[in-house]
Write a protein that binds this ligand. Structure first.
Ligand code: ZN
Length: 181
């Protein structure tokens, strides 16, 4: 009987310990759970955010400039962080010395007429004024009729930006809004 009792108490003790162990484990894991869950949720959120910026297909944009000094688009819409592959096509026939076109995306708040004036003095750099480079997010090359240029860049933060052609005198007509959503 004694042996049986001892066995029983050991078993009971064992069960208690097991239970105690389980309980404390559960408590521990419950204490940690929110943290790890939060971490997982945060990772998932980060993944989603990354997916939005990285996985969204590359945004292909084609914009044309012609001999009548016009772009065929006044508005381009993209998503923040999206990779934009923009092609400028000069669909006219005039040489770039007479009817050059480029596509210049400017930082928010840049006065496009002032920028255009500065650009006009930068003939030796295809009308990309180096002194104003902090106002340029990205730009294509200067093109003549029949030429095209493709640039790839990451869309800046949400907001509305101006794009222009910086060839002398063109900014008044060749301009539009680059809208990042
Ligand atoms: Zn132009």
């Amino acid at each position: 009987m004694k042996i049986f009792k001892i066995t029983v108490s050991i078993v009971v003790l064992g069960l208690l310990m097991a239970c105690g162990g389980n309980t404390s484990n559960e408590e521990h894991s419950e204490e940690r759970k929110p943290t790890s869950q939060e971490r997982i949720q945060q990772q998932a959120r980060e993944k989603e955010e990354n997916n939005v910026s990285e996985n969204s297909e590359v945004k292909e944009v084609t914009i044309e400039g012609n001999d009548r000094m016009k772009f065929n688009k006044e508005e381009i819409r993209v998503k923040a962080g999206q990779t934009v592959r923009l092609t400028l096509k000069h669909v006219g026939e005039m040489p770039k010395e007479q009817m050059g076109h480029n596509w210049v995306l400017l930082t928010q708040g840049t006065d496009i007429m002032e920028f255009g004036q500065a650009a006009a003095t930068a003939q030796d750099n295809d009308y990309i004024p180096e002194a104003e480079s902090d106002k340029i997010i990205v730009h294509t090359e200067l093109l003549g009729g029949g030429e095209e240029d493709t640039i790839e860049f990451t869309a800046p933060e949400k907001g509305t930006y101006d794009f222009i052609c910086s060839f002398p005198g063109h900014v008044a007509l060749m301009k539009g809004k680059f809208i990042v959503e």
